[in-house]
Design a protein around this ligand. Sequence first.
Ligand code: EPZ
Length: 430
Amino acid sequence: MTKYHIQGGKPLRGSITISGAKNAAVAIIPAALLVDGVCRIENIPQISDVTLILQILQELGADIRTVNRTTVDIDCSHIRNRQVPYELARKIRASYYLVGALLGRFGWAEVPLPGGCDLGGRPIDQHVKGFVSMGADVDVRSGLICAKVPGGRLAGGQVYLDMVSVGATMNIMLAAVLADGMTIIENAAKEPHIVDLANFLNSMGANIMGAGTDVIKIRGVKQLRGGAYSIIPDQIEAGTYMAAVAAAGGDVLIQNVIPKHLDCITAKLVEMGVEVEELDDAVRVRRSGPISRTNVKTMPYPGFPTDMQPQIAAVLCLANGTSVLTEGVWDSRYRYVDEFRRMGAHIQVDGKVAVIEGVPALTGAPVHACDLRAGAAMVIAGLAAQGVTEVDGIYHIERGYENLVGKLAGVGADIRTITVPDEDAKSQAG
Ligand code: EPZ
């Protein structure tokens, strides 16, 4: 078993370069299924979720060529297999994008129900509602999402999402680009990765209007052609390092970001006494004084991102005073709280609300990464804590953060990956 070993208490200094956005990449790669010809996709993050989605495409018959560390060419002209392997699909949430892409391209899809982080119920009824509005028959049985269009080609439809859903917005967009006529998505999500997917598809010949607003209109086209596209920088990866500087202190230039995408995170850090300077494609984050308490409520973009909730909680654990954190997106995103308590944090959770009473210092402890962002939060807490923290369950973190250890070590953190014999791991798991 591998773990991260962190000797805390060292301020961070230097610069970190942000990779391509995970949640854009895992939708844009399946979108290549809709394209006749070669898609060159640049700025792909090297994370295990991306490796999995590329592997799935390869199993379906896509021709994938690595151009360099962050660029691949994907050619889906000769897809021969449309059955998505269960063992791969169940490991990743984003496998549900294969339903929209396969249905749009071939009028038929059978995809195992997706996996991903356990954040409470993760229904897909809004995705289904969208496909049905375009004329598909959709059935969930034997662990599979089975979708079929009787005539072979979807027709434009109109769908009002009952709640703002990133996945449903992107999936309906994927299904609609090759449909016959206009599809309208109302109450659509507005996250930067929604706009990125629309820009990717438009650059391949799609006709999508309004991405980034709550009404998206997609006029179906007959065919998408190949081209080249570069994925946007990862808003949440950048926010995670901003939170790390806020918690551990120091002065770090975070490069290759779109500062506008970080506004919702910057605003809260500034309230907490962190200095954030916006540059063209970078932010400089500094903290030397005390951390002030604040309240945070997560909401769909442009609100404070739920995917930054555990990381901001790590910072609030060290604030002067009591903060209230409200989760506005997921039913259950506080499973990590017990791990923070092991480090001396004072947190009470009642439903979607966590009350965090700041303490002067956290103390290092063995902790578990129960999901991707919770894992990142454990690392942040470990960097700020006195003593040694060991984080296990790091495969969750490696699903979404490229070279986290190298990037943090590069700004002076004392963090390394260690391997412990499985026997030790078992006795600890007891
Ligand atoms: C995406 O998940 C992200 N995952 C999540 O990031 C992120 O937390 C979430 O969006 C919200 O921003 C990927 O992009 C792969 P939703 P998604 O559909 O699309 C309810 C991370 O850490 N809902 O926007 O699955 C749902 O239960 C991950 O990177 C329905 O009820 O999220 C939730 O309460 C974790 N029915 C809310 O909507 C549906 O059909 C928002 O979910 C769909 C969603």
